[in-house]
Design a protein around this ligand. Sequence first.
Ligand code: GSH
Length: 179
Amino acid sequence: MGSRFYFGGQTHQEQWRREVNELGEVPVLEHKGAKLSQSALILDYLAETTGKFAPSNASEKQEIWRWMLFDNHKFTSYYATLRFLYGIKRAGETPVTQFLRERAIAAYRIVDDHLRQTPFLVSARPTIADLSLVGYVYMPEDTGMPQEEFPHIAEWKDSIRNLPGWRHPYDLMPGPTSL
Ligand SMILES: N[C@@H](CCC(=O)N[C@@H](CS)C(=O)NCC(=O)O)C(=O)O
C-alpha cells in the first residue's frame, strides 16, 4: 500500500476537515455550493434531485433507509474494514480480522437470504439501497470471505453491473486507483 491514508492523506489534514468534511471521511458531494457527506445522505439527495433509483412511495423510502442504515452499520462497514486490514494492509490473521470476517459473513448471509426472494433489495427495480450496498461487493480483494456461500449476492452484483452506464467503483474515484 502506497499511503497509510485514503486519497494521499487529504482527509486527515486540518484544513481539509475544516473546509470539506469535519468527519474526516470521503465521499463528499459538492453541489450548488453545498457540501454533503455520508454516502446514504448523498444517495438520497441524488435520488431526489435526479429522480433516478428513487423510492416511489413512503414505505419504499423507509425500506431503503432500513437497508442503507444496515449497510453503514454492518454490511459494508465490517467488510470494508476487513478488506483494509487483511486484504490491503496485509495485517495477517488476527483476532480482529477473524471478528470482522465473522461479522461481515453474518451480514452477507442476511443480504443473500433476502436476495433469494427478490432481484433487488427493495423492489423489482434497483434503488439507491442497492447502490449503497453493492459498492464494496465489486472490490473482492483477498479477504478470506467464502464468496461461494453467497450465490444470490453474485447474481445481484451481475444484474447491477449490466445496468446502462455502470462503471466499476475504481473507475469513478479521483486520482490513482491503486492503494
Ligand atoms: N458512513 C460513511 C463512511 C465513510 C468512510 O468510512 N469513508 C472512508 C473511505 S471508504 C474514509 O474516508 N476513511 C477515512 C478514515 O477513516 O480515516 C459513508 O457512508 O459515507
